[in-house]
Design a protein around this ligand. Structure first.
Ligand code: AHR
Length: 666
């Protein structure tokens, strides 16, 4: 395989800028098929999940009841008390000191049933209900006194029509779970759930839940099948979770504590989301983390997706954009112990302390976690000294665990600009973590102009993880940003730089992953959804195509026949790889011009070239085009087959397009 030195001297990709008048002359791409080069890491393209934009509760986690255990700061947020025709009574919130992980519950007291007393839940900006689908209602209840005989559950649409009904009854004087099944007679995106009380008396309730039966793999406490399918279709190499800034928390008390997210649902410790109040322009006061999607479910999801699990743990530093609270070094041990325990939870034997809990949750076999991120976007000497403490302890017990060190936030939004990154890199070169994580939230043009970003990076030392990136069409995290074709196309050009530097860059992920149409805080995002449907942005299709067509080895390519006109790089971008499993040369080409590029391709060194090649084109006439709920596949891959049969052929690259050619060779 090529050495680092040869990589530097050989150019795998050329960026050619073409004047309109020369477009018809066409560039000539020569690919050296005889010498497959550096391996493309199987983890090159992955996904980064953070619970932002209602990504977990209200998103991929299929629970339909908001604030099911009354643990929000305002215990009845999301709930309404309905009293019809003379009904009298109240709902009180009680705290049970003997259940410190989930202390609150609601006490329903009905004095007069009148024409109806109910607790109604609004769901996550409504409840999505599909015609013919089955739903399971569950509630923990305890009879206190009187004659409440049943709870009648009703799903109603915005017009007040009942779409599904169920009933639970015969409550005992001890806490028990009651369940009923319901079937929806019609579809509604913004249904509500009414829980009507039959009879008068006092009943305590908690963990009020409504799940569709049709979850991913039909699991109880499962995930939304349509959203997971979009992830599965990407065949991601890894799953980074659970964040992002939520790992760090606004302050240390709100940090993500993985131990609070495992075990029985009614013993998981809810937490506010930092995104609840982070952006004044997108306040989301009903954003909390139930942790129904917790660490066990993340590991399971990674396993389902055949992606390497990559947890990011808190390292004793709260978000430095917020309070920046630090755990004093002499008090860091419990945090480090949490990291060690996490490794045991993931990989330990089923009879080890934490492995046993994993086994009891239904997964006796280890999850085989190989990577662990220490902190998210941390920076400064405080981070380095904490990283050293974590790294020492982890490596002493688990020498093979690959550690990921951060380079803070994006250089453009750092308090001290690029200097922060330089400082951290100096440290990482000395400390040598296996992987270093870089983030880029920049203008689309930046991504295009910096396709060579990694060409001159130092090769010795850590591997590169482009852990978060996304072109921001207006400004970093501006609410006016769009997932338009320009952003997606220019990101694709940047990603070609990952492939060309595959000896260094081994992982990458777009960010953020998810957004609820009615409850997002940050845009752009890869996958959008409402309560019923989900779709991939143009950026999603770029990610998916790169992942499915990564290939296994780099191939050297040169481009000739066109002059390099300016530094804006609005020309032709090429990346070429070989897929040894399929026996195919993969040519990825981006035409960033507004004209057709008639391109000749020479597969030099191929003994035999297949008769036909698969062509996948992702394109759109305008750079401002985007996908939407109404037009979810407006920008999506179009596949065809072209005749080839020889080692030199021409192909017309459409304006503003990403084209992938898969040519069988021997
Ligand atoms: O992706 C959104 C946020 O951007 C992440 O939480 C953080 O890591 C970065 O600043």
């Amino acid at each position: 395989m090529s050495s680092v030195k040869s990589l530097k001297t050989i150019s795998f990709m050329l960026i050619i800028l073409l004047p309109a008048m020369l477009l018809s002359n066409g560039p000539r791409v020569t690919v050296d098929v005889s010498k497959p080069g550096v391996k493309i890491s199987p983890t090159m393209y992955g996904i980064f999940f953070e619970d932002i934009n209602f990504g977990a509760d209200g998103g991929i986690y299929a629970e339909l009841v908001k604030n099911r255990s009354f643990e929000f700061d305002r215990p009845l947020q999301g709930w309404r008390i309905v009293k019809n025709g003379g009904a009298a009574g109240d709902v009180l919130i009680l705290r049970d000191a003997t259940r410190p992980r989930n202390p609150r519950y609601a006490r329903i007291r009905v004095d007069q049933p009148g024409e109806g007393f109910a607790l109604a839940n609004d769901g996550f900006r409504g409840i999505g209900i599909s015609e013919g689908a089955g739903y399971r209602f569950a509630i923990e209840a305890k009879k206190v006194e009187g004659k409440i005989s049943a709870l009648r559950v009703q799903l109603v649409n915005e017009e007040g029509q009942t779409l599904a009904e169920g009933r639970v009854e015969s409550f005992s004087g001890d806490w028990k779970t009651y369940q009923c099944e319901m079937k929806a007679s019609a579809t509604a995106a913004k249904a509500k759930m009414n829980v009507w009380v039959e009879g008068a008396g006092t009943l305590d309730i908690d963990m009020v839940s409504l799940f569709p039966n049709d979850t991913w793999k039909g699991r109880k406490n499962g995930l939304r099948a349509d959203i997971v399918q979009l992830l599965a279709d990407m065949k991601p190499g890894f799953l980074r979770f659970p964040g992002g800034c939520i790992v760090e928390g606004f302050d240390l008390s709100q940090r993500y504590q993985w131990k609070n997210t495992i075990g029985p649902l009614n013993q998981r410790v809810s937490n506010i989301s930092r995104w609840n109040f982070e952006f004044r322009h997108r306040l989301t006061p009903d954003y909390f983390q139930s942790y129904g999607l917790g660490y066990f479910e993340f590991f399971l999801l990674a396993e389902d997706l055949r992606a390497e699990p990559m947890p990011i743990i808190t390292c004793g530093m709260a978000c430095q954009f917020n309070t920046g609270e630090l755990v004093p070094m002499e008090q860091l041990d419990p945090y480090i112990q949490d990291a060690l325990d996490l490794i045991e939870f993931a990989n330990g034997a089923a009879d080890s302390k934490w492995g046993k809990i994993r086994a009891e949750m239904g997964h006796p076999a280890p999850f085989n976690m190989k990577m662990l991120g220490v902190g998210n976007e941390q920076w400064g000497p405080q981070y380095v000294e904490r990283y050293i403490a974590f790294s020492r302890a982890i490596k002493a017990k688990y020498p093979d665990m690959q550690l990921i060190a951060a380079t803070g936030s994006d250089g453009t939004i750092f308090p001290n600009g690029e200097a922060e990154i330089e400082y951290l890199w100096t440290q990482w070169r000395k400390l040598n973590p296996e992987i270093v994580d870089e983030h880029f939230y920049r203008a689309p043009e930046w991504f295009l102009e910096n396709v060579n970003w990694y060409d001159n990076y130092e090769r010795k030392g850590p591997k590169l993880f482009v852990g978060e990136y996304g072109a921001q069409s207006v400004g970093v995290a501006s609410p006016d940003n769009r997932n338009n074709w320009k952003c997606a196309l220019y990101e694709a050009a940047f990603m070609m730089g990952f492939e060309r530097n595959a000896d260094l860059v081994t992982m990458s992920a777009y960010a953020p992953l998810f957004a609820h149409e009615d409850a997002w805080q940050w845009r752009p995002d890869l996958i959008w959804f409402d309560n019923l449907k989900a779709y991939g942005s143009a950026n999603y299709y770029v990610q998916k195509l790169f992942s499915l067509n990564a290939g296994t080895h780099l191939l050297t390519a040169t481009v000739a026949g066109v002059p390099n006109l300016d530094d804006k790089k609005k020309g032709l971008h090429i990346s070429t790889t070989f897929d040894e499993n399929a026996g195919e040369v993969i040519v990825k080409a981006i035409n960033a011009t507004d004209g057709i590029l008639e391109t000749s391709i020479d597969l030099r060194g191929a003994k035999e070239v297949g008769e036909a090649a698969k062509v996948i084109v992702l394109a759109s006439g305008s750079l401002s085009d985007e996908n939407s709920l109404a037009e979810p596949t407006k920008i999506s891959p179009q596949e065809s087959v072209v005749k080839i049969g020889r080692d030199e052929f021409t192909h017309a690259l459409q304006p503003y397009s990403l084209t992938i050619l898969r040519v069988p060779v021997k």
